[in-house]
Design a protein around this ligand. Structure first.
Ligand code: C2E
Ligand code: MG
Ligand code: MG
Length: 562
């Protein structure tokens, strides 16, 4: 119970009061001095001022102190105090933890103390000093967690301990997969709250003695002594399970998955900077590998990461030299009924310095990640329009389809550029189809539809790409307003052997037709599949190897435009 009566100084404290007063008047730090036998403590007046304390002398200090300690830090704090005051097994301590101020926010403090023994060896006085860790340099402003500098410090300490004991452990970096969409669909205040909630979720999963750090952006870090693959695996499973629940902020649910990168020390390294880089690389590879998974660092992972970094650098160089190395290939699209050529899809290719072609699946994610897709996307559009102009002289109704990433939809200058380009090259808007490739991650239908309507008002057609690959395909069909739905190869691959798949494609096509949309089926390789699609399914357009592979401009002309 809290003792609210005025507590007198004990004789022992009285004896030390003179020097305590001298000290407390000469420092900004918080001071305390406990008479161990009576559990009476004198504290400096700044503790009374900044935290919720009744007087400068209290009994059972911990009745006041413990409730102020952050819940996650309580077990470590209690264990420490217990071993000093109850068990006397430890005579000295230093601990960093969070303490709630009178205002209700947590501040990081560093507590130190020493147990003084009497002449006959009995614990007599327990005295120490508490300092606030200089705010900005130590704690993350949003979550209140210790920041990357403290992480570095913590890692150096862990490595030093490991050097002595021979025991290793794991460093785990956790990054949120879709955090930018929380920020985009709501606002930064919701985003900040989201980070705080995720921090609480991770702290809840972690064993109480472990510290969670907040690195840059949406990345959290943990130093997990003695953890092996199983322990890390369980931690990540728990995290996935917890994040499967929506995080509700102001009555609205938000979802986010997390990726993790794990590196074991000292097996993978003994230097804190190197280990940190390895953990970052592993996290990056977890994201590149499809997100929502934990990537364990090893040399092979690292080499792949180095290659991806090299690719990024070369792509930057290419873009800086006017998109040298990029080229557009074109794949024919035909009318499903009579197999006549209606147009082509422009597909990006990139040739590295050695002249080797790199597939779009490898470069597009990097272009999107680096936002290079914005300048490259403009280049692609202009090239496609130039080619379209040329080919419309041979086939006057020829249409070109150009892929467009979600970032381009959001880039307000892209539409201006499109209009300008069509004017410059004298190509009518109805000759162009824009395909939205990343539709799976579109978070804000209203915004996307508004942007699409602007394009459609100009006369440009909009296609939704890769229908059937995302988990929210039907929702997309319901929400997105577009002219053409492109049904992915994955959806039609088995229509010849599975009646169900055939029915599914047929219903999808029917549904589109009822909404006034056309359909284009992708990835048709066999004549027999084509027959089913044309006769039974009633698709409008077909694009697939059966009618032609993506070709460079010259060979497209030779093969399809003579
Ligand atoms: P996508 O837009 O769905 O393009 C169709 C992909 O399917 C192309 O792969 C094409 O070569 C392939 N394909 C077409 N018919 C068949 C077939 O019968 N069988 C098989 N196995 N494959 C077929 P590609 O060129 O590798 O492009 C992959 C993806 O990269 C594209 O999928 C698109 O999402 C993206 N992409 C390509 N070019 C661009 C671009 O200029 N901008 C953007 N943002 N993304 C692009
Ligand atoms: Mg496409
Ligand atoms: Mg597609």
């Amino acid at each position: 119970m809290r003792n609210t009566n005025k507590v007198p100084f004990t004789p022992l404290l009285k004896r030390h009061k003179f020097i305590f007063d001298l000290l407390k008047n000469s420092t900004d730090a918080y001071l305390y001095c406990t008479d161990v036998k009576t559990r009476t403590t004198m504290i400096s007046p700044n503790i009374v001022r900044d935290f919720d304390f009744p007087a400068e002398v209290v009994t059972n200090l911990n009745d006041y102190w413990l409730p102020l300690v952050h819940p996650h830090d309580r077990p470590a704090y209690s264990a420490m105090i217990n071993s000093i005051l109850e068990k006397h097994t430890v005579h000295e301590f230093a601990l960093e933890y969070r303490l709630k101020t009178k205002k209700g926010d947590y501040v990081w403090i560093r507590g130190r103390g020493r147990l003084g023994l009497s002449r006959d060896g009995e614990p007599e006085l327990f005295a120490g000093i508490i300092t606030r860790m200089a705010g900005r340099n130590q704690a993350d402003e949003v979550t209140g967690l210790l920041n990357k500098y403290r992480f570095e410090h913590g890692l150096r300490m862990a490595l030093r301990t490991s050097g002595i004991t021979g025991e290793g452990g794991a460093i785990i970096f956790v990054g949120l997969d879709n955090f930018k969409f929380v920020n985009e669909t709501a606002n930064r205040i919701v985003g900040d709250e989201f980070l705080r909630r995720v921090a609480a979720i991770i702290e809840n999963i972690l064993p109480p003695m472990l510290t969670l750090y907040k690195m840059d952006g949406d990345v959290f870090a943990v130093i997990y002594p003695e953890a092996n693959e199983t322990v890390v695996g369980e931690f990540f499973n728990d995290l996935q399970r917890s994040l499967a629940q929506p995080i509700e902020i102001s009555g609205r649910p938000y979802f986010c998955t997390a990726s993790a990168g794990t590196v074991f020390y000292p097996d993978s390294g003994k230097d804190y900077l190197i280990l940190q880089k390895y953990a970052e690389a592993a996290l990056d590879m977890a994201k590149k590998g499809g997100k929502n998974n934990n990537c364990l660092f090893n040399k092979e992972v690292y080499n792949r990461w180095l290659r991806s970094i090299a690719l990024r650098d070369s792509l930057f160089e290419s873009v800086e030299s006017n998109c040298a190395g990029f080229e557009l290939y074109f794949q024919p699209q035909v009318n499903a009924k009579n197999q006549e050529l209606v147009g082509a899809e422009a597909l990006l290719r990139w040739f590295n310095a050695k002249g080797k072609m790199v597939a779009p699946m490898e470069i597009i994610p990097t272009l999107e990640e680096t936002k290079l897709i914005l300048p490259v996307g403009k280049w692609i559009f202009e090239e496609a329009v130039k080619v379209c102009r040329k080919w419309r002289r041979i086939n006057e109704n020829f249409k070109v389809s150009v892929n467009m990433s979600y970032d381009q939809v959001k880039d307000s200058s892209f539409r201006e550029y499109v209009i300008n380009c069509l004017n410059r090259w004298q190509v009518p808007p109805e000759a162009v189809v824009l395909e939205l490739t990343e539709s799976r991650i579109v978070a804000d239908w209203h915004f996307v539809n508004r942007e699409f309507d602007e394009f459609r008002r100009l006369g440009i057609k909009i296609a939704m790409d890769d229908f059937g690959t995302g988990y929210s395909s039907l929702a997309m069909l319901k929400n997105l307003s577009c002219d053409i739905v492109k049904i992915d190869r994955a959806f039609v691959r088995e229509i010849e052997i599975s009646d169900f798949d055939l029915l599914l494609v047929k219903y999808a096509v029917d549904l589109c037709h009822r909404k006034g949309m056309r359909t284009c089926i992708e990835g048709v390789e066999e004549e027999s599949a084509y027959r089913l699609l044309a006769d039974k399914v009633g698709a409008d357009y077909i694009q697939g190897y059966l009618f032609g592979r993506p070709e460079a401009v010259g060979s497209f002309e030779e093969k399809f435009l003579r």
